[in-house]
Ligand binder design. Structure first.
Ligand SMILES: [Ca+2]
Ligand SMILES: [Ca+2]
Length: 326
């Protein structure tokens, strides 16, 4: 019997959003249908031998993924939040922009949220470095990764510490609770960008974004929330992982880094079907992003699962016909 060699979809990476999920499902389906052992979901250059007839089913799946890719949006939460450079609360006009400062250092590209009954996973796509950032070589100002703010019922009463506050070096002010480690917190107060940087040198930081939910006890409620502050208590664990994206330019839509934050929705009392998300990126809040996530499954995944089932049904029919002929 003639054999065809199927090369997986790695070359399409970048053209389709969620390609990692799709290729993973794709390979698992292939393994399920043909009994081909798959040792890893990182399938670049992996080749799977399949029969000519069966390749028709896979062709359908491949085309379905490409079709679904045309309909999916790049991020669950797009960065439509504008900030304004300034150092005083009296500066109310002009210069609204996506990111203050160098976009290749501070740009937040978007946030993907995958929310099911046991986990909420947030992928933060950014150009901001894991270890923090010194604006200038001869300067002692060290900018750290901001905490993630989570809003329930219109109030940012929860948050995730992404980098332990114990690792922060004081700048103008230390975090008001410097003892917090990585985890999910019920927030008593927020430290904002001005808490850390107001009056430090001649630095600009992002401020005065248009918030959709309200703060809890923030000193300057128009400044981006940056760090979970005093009066907060840990209510759950959080998994935080950092991953550089090789070859990324940092231009919009091509982020340098991905942070993956996972929490348990059951740790948030009163959580309904809406979670507000705010992230200031770094201590300076130079690129704020804000939006709302829901637990509705992604259309692309549903579509793919549907076509996967259709593919399995089609394969079964094919086998049935083959047996009938024999
Ligand atoms: Ca922004
Ligand atoms: Ca941005």
């Amino acid at each position: 019997m003639r054999k065809l060699v199927l090369v997986t979809l790695a070359p399409l990476e970048g053209l389709l959003c969620r390609i990692d999920v799709w290729v993973g499902l794709f390979i698992r389906l292939v393994a399920n249908i043909f009994g081909v052992p798959v040792t890893s979901l990182n399938v670049k250059k992996q080749r799977v031998r399949i029969s000519r007839k069966s390749s028709l089913i896979l062709l359908t799946l491949t085309m379905s993924m490409i079709a679904a890719g045309a309909f999916c949006t790049p991020y669950t939460i797009e960065d439509n939040t504008y900030v304004q450079p300034g150092r005083t609360n009296s500066n109310q006009t002009g210069n609204w922009r996506d990111v203050v400062g160098a976009s290749y250092d501070f740009n937040v590209h978007g946030i993907d949220v995958i929310w099911n009954s046991s986990a909420i996973t947030l992928h933060l796509f950014t150009n901001f470095n894991n270890n923090g950032y010194y604006p200038f070589d001869n300067d002692s100002v060290h900018l750290y990764l901001a905490d993630l703010a989570l809003g329930v019922g219109g109030t940012y009463g929860y948050g995730v510490v992404l980098k332990p506050h114990t690792q922060w070096t004081p700048i103008n002010n230390s975090p008001t609770d410097p003892s917090l480690g990585i985890g999910l917190y019920s927030v008593g107060s927020w430290d904002t960008s001005s808490h850390f940087l107001e009056g430090v040198g001649s630095y600009y930081y992002g401020e005065k974004y248009d918030d959709v939910a309200t703060y809890i006890s923030a000193p300057n409620p128009r400044d981006p929330m940056i760090a979970i502050g005093s009066g907060s208590t840990q209510v759950g664990a959080a998994s935080v992982q950092f991953e550089p994206i090789s070859g990324a330019s940092g231009a919009q839509g091509d982020p340098k880094y991905k942070w993956t934050v996972t929490i348990d929705p059951n740790d948030i009392p009163g959580l309904g079907s809406q979670l507000d998300v705010f992230w200031g990126g770094a201590l300076c809040g130079n690129d704020a992003i804000e939006g709302t996530a829901t637990p509705v499954p992604e259309p692309g995944t549903l579509f793919l699962l549907g076509t996967g089932l259709a593919g399995l049904a089609g394969y079964g029919k094919l086998r049935f016909r083959r047996k009938k002929r024999a």
